[in-house]
Design a protein around this ligand. Structure first.
Ligand SMILES: [Zn+2]
Length: 335
């Protein structure tokens, strides 16, 4: 593992802020997973026992009810009833619902398949709360009325932070942003005062965000002793793991973006190029994220081939690209 690479990266305080905030989100995710899973399971059981005639498994779906993206037209009455029930508990039933996340034939037996109807796209292969990311859990809290006792403004603030963090073009954030992020997380966690496990996470996140992660990596594998407590030490390999997880999430999200677009905008192409350049410069990360990177590149090629074909058939002249003071090298032409 290229620890030299890590030390260099962490020498950039804004990148370090990015990783620290990302780590905060991972801790938040870990703390909320169990709570969300248990709440959902109890709610799901309640729905079935109250409506066993409509929602019970006595009339099984034969698996032909397959949603596509935001479209779902059930072909059996059981899925039709479940769809109604999901909409009944949706806080924005006229908005976008990513039915494609769900395997409807599992709704009567699997509470998480039900939960995924309240989440952003990309959840199809996520089988339970323990595999879920922070964004998915926060959206569940936002869109399923089971969680309406949680102050939704606080949930949305953290969702906004999470999006800003994950979409930050160069994976760098300022210290003042990090401070605001810490406040929004703590505000949200106050909503869970009855869950000691989540409260403990609040303390950990507070310590994490105020710690320095000093990068004088000269001896041992220990880094960042805040007040001498063992649990506050982060080893280099632990920090590396966090980086990998965050960048993997970003690559996966970029893949979803590319898959959805018929044509990639200049902004999208830039985002892709920045992350590719970053990985090229950081061999240790590139090696362990090879699969995700290759998947992204394949999708990108596919989209570009389609675009070229489209342009050729319509004889559309492409505009010369501008390069206005952007500090990062823009993508000139792919393919
Ligand atoms: Zn069905």
């Amino acid at each position: 593992m290229g620890l030299g690479g890590l030390a260099t990266r962490l020498n950039c305080s804004e990148y370090k802020n990015w990783v620290k905030a990302g780590h905060g989100l991972l801790l938040l995710r870990d703390a909320l997973q169990r709570f969300a899973g248990e709440q959902l399971q109890a709610f799901h059981q309640q729905l079935i026992s109250r409506n066993s005639g409509r929602l019970g498994p006595s009339r099984p779906c034969h698996g032909r009810c397959s949603p596509r993206g935001k479209q779902f037209h059930p072909t059996c009455s059981l899925c039709e009833e479940w769809k109604k029930e999901i909409l009944n508990h949706h806080t924005n039933r006229n908005g976008e619902i990513h039915w494609g996340n769900c395997k409807p034939w599992l709704w009567p037996s699997n509470s998480w398949e039900f939960a995924k109807a309240y989440m952003p796209r990309g959840q199809t292969d996520v089988s339970g709360p323990d595999k879920c990311d922070a964004a998915a859990l926060l959206n569940l809290f936002n869109f399923c009325d089971l969680f309406s006792s949680i102050d939704q403004k606080k949930v949305r603030e953290v969702i906004k932070c999470r999006n800003e963090l994950m979409h930050s073009p160069d994976m760098k954030i300022s210290s003042s942003w990090l401070e605001g992020f810490g406040r929004h997380i703590q505000n949200l966690l106050k909503e869970f005062q009855h869950v000691p496990e989540i409260q403990r996470t609040g303390t950990r996140i507070e310590k994490l965000l105020s710690s320095d992660w000093a990068v004088n990596i000269t001896e041992g594998d220990q880094l960042d002793g805040l007040d001498g407590e063992m649990e506050d030490f982060m080893s280099q390999s632990q920090i590396s793991e966090i980086e990998k997880e965050l960048i993997k999430e970003r690559l996966q999200e970029t893949c979803l973006l590319v898959k959805e677009q018929e044509m990639l905008s200049e902004e999208d192409l830039n985002k892709i190029q920045i992350i590719k350049n970053f990985l090229k410069d950081n061999d240790d990360l590139q090696k362990s994220l090879q699969t995700e990177l290759q998947r992204l590149e394949a999708l990108e090629r596919q989209t570009n081939d389609q675009n070229l074909l489209w342009k050729e058939t319509r004889k559309v002249d492409s505009e010369p690209e501008e390069d206005e003071g952007c500090p990062v090298e823009k993508l000139k032409r792919v393919v």
